[in-house]
Write a protein that binds this ligand. Structure first.
Ligand SMILES: [Zn+2]
Length: 323
């Protein structure tokens, strides 16, 4: 029940009832509600601003932890970058140099991802720069690893090739020549044993008694073992691959057949004097891409420096060949 209020009217000298207008009531309620709403809003705003809810506190902790983890990840990434840089350095300056491959340029290893901005979806957050920097770093690291891995694949292949090449090259003397006295005549202008005229001697002559063993000077395949070439008599040709062929002439007997695979040092035949030959000896030639070259240059690996210079001295003497 609402209280009824009165007021004193001096004109009529009587108490009169205060009539509350309906409009006033409405206004009063409106103002009250507005004030309440404003107050509530202010309260929530201030409380939200200065006091954290448990959920907010948990989220904040989580965020701090994540930032810490990001920092740790960045440190680990730096370690990985250092290790990789070390490998790249060795790759460029040792492995690739050794196998005669061009070094991989720095720009090629660290090439970015120009053009489109691939980190757009990471923009617009408080931690954007941290996340973008880390992502970029990881992307570059990933690419560097791919480049490095490819380079090592290439090196592996080159190493295999080089191993084959080293095994194939005709790099030892074709007869046992321990005291280096067997080399009778070298490559170059020599006098012909039959005509005595000065002419080119395309190989090396090793004197040895008939029946002395003759060895393959490198890995390869026997492409000929016959007497079909004029002058050479019974002779063997070995294809070593990489453009190299070696030839062994005036043989007494064969120890291999055509198409047979041989290894360096295998016994392939025996010294004789068949064909255009003055006395038992082995005439030995090396072909590179079809041209005959001086065999002396291939012994340096199997001889000491002194032995090599002694052999070289013998080989350059302009004597008479045994052909
Ligand atoms: Zn000769």
């Amino acid at each position: 029940m609402s209280k009824v209020k009165f007021y004193y009217d001096p004109e009529s000298l009587s108490y009169r009832k205060i009539e509350r207008k309906k409009r006033n009531t409405f206004k009063f309620i409106s103002v009250f509600l507005l004030a309440t709403a404003l107050f509530a809003f202010l309260f929530v705003f201030i409380a939200g601003h200065y006091f954290e809810s448990p959920k907010e506190k948990a989220l904040k902790r989580e965020l701090t932890n994540m930032q810490l983890q990001f920092d740790l990840l960045n440190k680990k990434m730096q370690e990985a970058e250092t290790v990789l840089a070390n490998i790249e350095d060795r790759d460029n300056n040792i492995y690739r140099v050794y196998f005669e491959a061009n070094p991989i340029a720095e720009e090629q290893r660290r090439a970015g991802f120009g053009g489109i901005n691939r980190y757009k979806n990471l923009e617009g957050y408080d931690n954007s720069s941290l996340i973008i920097e880390t992502s970029k770093r990881l992307d570059i690291l990933q690419k560097q690893i791919v480049v490095q891995s490819k380079s090592l694949d290439e090196i592996t292949q080159l190493a295999e090739e080089k191993e084959k090449l080293l095994a194939a090259i005709p790099a030892i003397q074709p007869v046992s020549n321990e005291d280096l006295t067997r080399m009778a005549s070298g490559y170059g202008m020599r006098s012909d044993p039959f005509t005595k005229a000065r002419k080119m001697h395309w190989g090396m002559d090793f004197t040895a008694p008939r029946g002395s063993p003759v060895y393959a000077s490198g890995d390869g395949v026997v492409v000929r073992a016959d007497s079909g070439s004029s002058g050479y008599g019974n002779h063997i040709r070995i294809d070593h691959g990489f453009g190299y062929t070696s030839l062994y002439a005036h043989l007494y007997k064969y120890n291999v057949r055509k198409n047979q695979k041989v290894k360096r040092g295998d016994l392939i035949g025996f010294v004789g004097s068949t064909g255009r030959s003055e006395a038992p000896h082995l005439h030995y030639e090396i072909f590179k891409d079809g041209d005959r070259i001086n065999p002396i240059n291939f012994y340096y690996g199997s001889l000491t420096a002194e032995e090599f210079s002694k052999l070289l001295e013998h080989a350059t003497l302009e004597n008479q060949s045994l052909d």
